[in-house]
Write a protein that binds this ligand. Structure first.
Ligand code: 16G
Ligand code: ZN
Length: 532
């Protein structure tokens, strides 16, 4: 390729740690930041190839390690419509990252270009951003070095949340139809839709947002400037991005979801609304304390239930009774949420494997309005083209009430990030749903009661032998194990349990739920024993 010499020279400044094996996984590459420099340099090469393959469409590169500790970092690619990199291309990321020498690297680069029939004269366009981690600037320089070695045009968007970069990528590839491709364009789009949706709705009182001391803090502060206090007041906490050690430490969505408790130091008023973002602001959970001080979590399943209930009603009110509204969950969704959506809301639920790309794909292809959320708080709502057409012009409202509901739906398609799960967009969406229903957290929480559950991490010799089917709910390998799990589950009322290999850690995860906390705990440990 014309870039052989340039790649070879530039690569010498970003040497691969010898013998280290990298893999582009569910969330891209993620590890200790000091191991990442060569990987990110090579991701620059891949981003350029991907852009050329797609005729010069803009590709995004996000440098973040989400909810992981401050000393970690990571990188992932964003495809033109703001989705995750197409799955079949992940192997190229792995291939480039693992090339041991400069010779291996230029050869791998040439091989991928040949396999994908890349015309290296085609322009390559790449945009990138990073979160607030201290390792970010150095890694950005490695990325820039990779991009320039292969002649890519690039724009640095500096510090953004992950979903903001996804938004910008989508804008840049949508001829101005999705929005203005800038950070300010993002705030304006969300705030305008939000203010419209909150017109004539009673104020809810302030919402407190724990920003995990990550990039969500400064971003939410900027967003809040576009929203008058009378419409919604934000109380922003844990937004110290100048003390790296505080990032994701004893705060944030992952802490609250896994510990099922308040972030230490948070002052709470009973029945107030509290939310926590993760370190790159693509996940959110809500929670509150009752009058008696007990903690109540409103996780991704509760958000999905609220969203499905609100959107299902709105579609009917707009006279769009034939629109198919559905919910996508993973095996980790609480059984009580699935039962609520199917039996009380009478809406279909699909279950997919863990990982946003699986849920996103299912929601986009199966439903007109597809609500998807992982229990951990990552999710969004997708409106397909049929639905967008009906909302925008295809459906003639038959009454003023229908016209109003249609108008709401129109604003919601602007409010809700269509590219990826987005904590800031989800935050505003939840506030709108509660305001429209005139619900307090109590009423929202009371949609259903979570079944007690337990998650256990099991260290095993080789997690790759744990192969699953049926959206990770059943093991097909090692042989005989699933029968043993079934036998355990059968002993517990409302029992359900499954084991799957983690996609992000070297371990197997066991999930169990049952009618009581004690039984859920015992079931989880019994199944963990079977797996170990
Ligand atoms: C990744 C996924 C997340 C999933 C988690 C499961 C993306 C962007 N992120 O972080 O959605 O919940 O993996 O981790 O897809 P596990 O495989 O270790 O259980
Ligand atoms: Zn995240």
């Amino acid at each position: 390729t014309p870039f052989t010499d340039a790649i070879r020279t530039a690569s010498q400044a970003h040497v691969k740690p010898e013998g280290k094996k990298f893999s582009y996984g569910t969330a891209g590459f993620r590890m200790k930041a000091e191991l990442l420099e060569s990987v990110i340099f090579r991701v620059g090469l891949l981003a350029a190839i991907r852009s050329r393959k797609l005729g010069g469409k803009t590709i995004g590169v996000m440098i973040t390690a989400s909810h992981n500790p401050p000393e970690d970092n990571g990188v992932k690619l964003v495809d033109p419509m703001g989705e995750m990199l197409e799955g079949s291309w992940e192997k190229y990321g792995t291939q480039l990252a693992n090339a041991e020498t400069e010779d291996d690297l230029v050869e791998a680069f040439a091989q991928i270009c040949e396999e994908q029939k890349i015309n290296n004269e085609t322009a390559a366009n790449v945009v990138y951003a990073r979160d607030t981690r201290p390792s970010g600037p150095l890694l950005v320089r490695a990325l820039e070095s990779g991009l320039s070695a292969v002649g890519a045009n690039s724009v640095d968007y500096n510090i953004l949340t992950t979903p903001q970069l996804h938004y910008i990528v989508r804008c840049l590839n949508s001829d101005g139809l999705y929005g203005t491709p800038s950070e300010a364009g993002y705030y304006e789009k969300l705030a305008t839709a939000f203010i419209k949706l909150m017109e004539n709705k009673a104020a809810l009182g302030p919402v407190t947002v724990d920003c995990a001391n990550g990039v969500g803090g400064p971003s939410l502060r900027k967003l809040a400037e576009y929203i008058p206090k009378e419409v919604l007041e934000f109380n922003i906490v844990n937004d110290d991005v100048d003390s790296p050690a505080k990032l994701n430490h004893q705060c944030g969505a992952d802490f609250v979801k896994t510990q099922q408790k308040l972030p230490p130091g948070l002052e709470v008023t009973p029945l107030g609304r509290y939310a926590s973002l993760d370190g790159d602001a693509d996940r959110i959970v809500y929670y509150f304390t009752a009058q008696d001080g007990t903690f109540h979590l409103l996780d991704g399943d509760k958000i999905a239930s609220l969203a499905a209930s609100f959107l299902g009603d709105l579609a009917k009110a707009a006279g769009l009774g034939n629109i198919k509204v559905g919910v996508v969950q993973t095996a980790y969704a609480n059984g009580a949420s699935t039962a609520f959506i199917e039996k009380s809301l009478r809406l279909p639920v699909s279950v997919t494997a863990t990982g946003v790309k699986h849920l996103h794909h299912e929601a986009a292809t199966k439903y007109d309005i597809g609500v998807y959320f992982e229990a951990n708080g990552h999710g969004t709502v997708l409106f397909n083209s049929n639905c967008l057409y009906l909302i925008q012009k295809g459906h003639e409202p038959k009454s003023p009430a229908e016209a109003t509901a249609l108008e709401y739906l129109r604003s919601l398609t602007d409010l809700i990030n269509q590219a990826v799960g987005d904590a800031l967009s989800d935050l505003l969406f939840v506030e709108v749903a509660l305001a429209h229903k005139s619900w307090s957290v109590n009423e929202w929480s009371g949609l259903y009661t979570d079944l007690p559950n337990r998650l256990v991490r099991v260290e095993v010799e080789d997690r790759t032998i744990f192969q699953t089917t049926d959206a990770e709910r059943k093991l097909i390998s090692p042989p005989g194990i699933q029968e043993l799990i079934d036998a355990c589950v059968g002993k517990y009322k409302q029992g359900r349990s499954f084991a799957r290999a983690s996609g992000t850690e070297d371990a197997v995860r066991v999930y169990a739920e049952a009618a009581s906390k004690g039984e859920a705990d015992i079931l989880a440990y019994k199944v963990a024993e079977v797996v170990a």
